[in-house]
Design a protein around this ligand. Structure first.
Ligand code: ZN
Ligand code: ZN
Ligand code: ZN
Length: 370
């Protein structure tokens, strides 16, 4: 039987979509009917708190005072205040994305105060209709799902910060974050129950966690971890880095085009190796010192003991060394054939006996004052 002025309340699909909550625009009265579907909960709310809720699908006539489900609700609506708000909630899970609006200052042992930003995804559903409505509608006076979701996201970010803070106290540093993201996700998830019970929310999944470091800190962390992988020291790393950049430069020849970062590192490293080998090759010998044969005047290598031309012993010819460059100077020479120093005007160092230019104040051999 139909009562005049009665209205049937239901959550229209057009209003539903991705909304976790819908607040009916007008109060429900004693005569009205309530439709509750499989995926919904209807909450009766008055004076800032939840009176009761229905989570079994059906069409309910609030005039059926003896019905087991609506009887208690109708009793609550009796007396002077014969009306209440109805708020519909969805039972299904929702996916949300969170991200920090303000950076989180993380005091790191190595890097000092580092501003972190966190991003990620979570899956949630309403676990307690009463807590949910009391918290969001009662305490915060939220009317829309967008407001609710914004609040949940803020709370997730706060939870992530709590977890990071606690893990930091247990020794987590910014350099460890990237390799521990899965662990951090698990800790956030396990902590979320206590954190969100109050809101009537259950978070059953945290995924895609990403924690970004300021660019310069990220570079330093990358550098450090690359060094650990390669077992290299920092200077070697930087040399390799410079070569990697050179290798990636399109004008850098064959190494340039199409070489990925990984290959670039390998390339730099190989080049670095060849460089190190090159350094191990003894420096190119200076122009060979020669010595003039005292007998035939031929020029011989200073290391020769006998003249290659006449076979005379050359040892006796090595009578002097240039006091300036230490080259062997043929006996009787006035000037060093190697550096042009004036040989005739030399004196002997009193300490080591070296030939020293007369103008020198200190022996170039032993450093004693002359
Ligand atoms: Zn000779
Ligand atoms: Zn010389
Ligand atoms: Zn000396």
């Amino acid at each position: 039987m139909s009562i005049i002025g009665a209205e049937t309340f239901k959550w229209e699909d057009a209003d539903k979509r991705n909304n976790i909550m819908f607040r009916m625009p007008r109060n429900i009265r004693f005569n009205d009917n309530i439709v509750v579907r499989e995926d919904e909960i209807a909450v009766f709310f008055r004076d800032g708190k939840v009176l009761a809720y229905i989570d079994r699908p059906d069409r309910y006539a609030l005039t059926s005072i003896n019905a087991p489900v609506v009887g208690p609700i109708v009793k609550l609506l009796s007396g002077v205040q014969q009306q209440a708000e109805v708020i519909y909630l969805q039972k299904r899970v929702f996916d949300g994305k969170f991200g920090s609006k303000q950076p989180y200052p993380f005091r790191d042992k190595e890097f000092g105060l580092v501003n972190l930003r966190v991003f990620g995804e979570f899956r949630y559903k309403i676990s307690s209709p009463a807590n949910f409505v009391n918290q969001f509608v009662g305490t915060l006076n939220f009317a829309t799902s967008a407001e609710v979701e914004e609040r949940i996201k803020e709370q997730v970010v706060i939870l992530v910060y709590d977890v990071l803070g606690d893990m930091k106290n247990q020794g987590l540093g910014v350099a460890d974050i990237a390799s521990n993201l899965t662990t951090i996700e698990q800790v956030i998830l396990s902590r979320s129950k206590d954190h969100f019970d109050l809101y009537g929310i259950l978070i059953d999944k945290i995924s895609g966690l990403y924690i970004s470091l300021p660019e310069e800190v990220q570079k330093a962390v990358d550098t450090r971890s690359s060094m650990q992988v390669l077992g290299a020291n920092y200077i070697q790393y930087q040399t390799g880095q410079a070569m990697r950049e050179a290798a990636q430069n399109p004008s850098g020849g064959a190494a340039g085009a199409g070489v990925g970062v990984g290959a670039g590192i390998g390339m730099g490293w190989t080049m670095l190796d060849s460089m190190r080998q090159a350094q191990q090759v003894p420096p190119a010998a200076p122009p060979q010192a020669t010595i003039q044969c005292p007998r035939c005047g031929a020029q011989n290598l200073a290391t020769n003991k006998f003249c290659a031309e006449c076979g005379s012993p050359l040892t006796g010819a090595r009578t002097s060394k240039c006091p300036n460059c230490r080259a062997d100077v043929p006996p009787g020479s006035k000037f060093c054939p190697s550096c042009g120093a004036n040989i005739s005007s030399t004196k002997k160092c009193g300490n080591c006996g070296a030939d020293v230019p007369v103008t020198s104040k200190f022996c170039p051999e032993c450093g004693k004052p002359l």
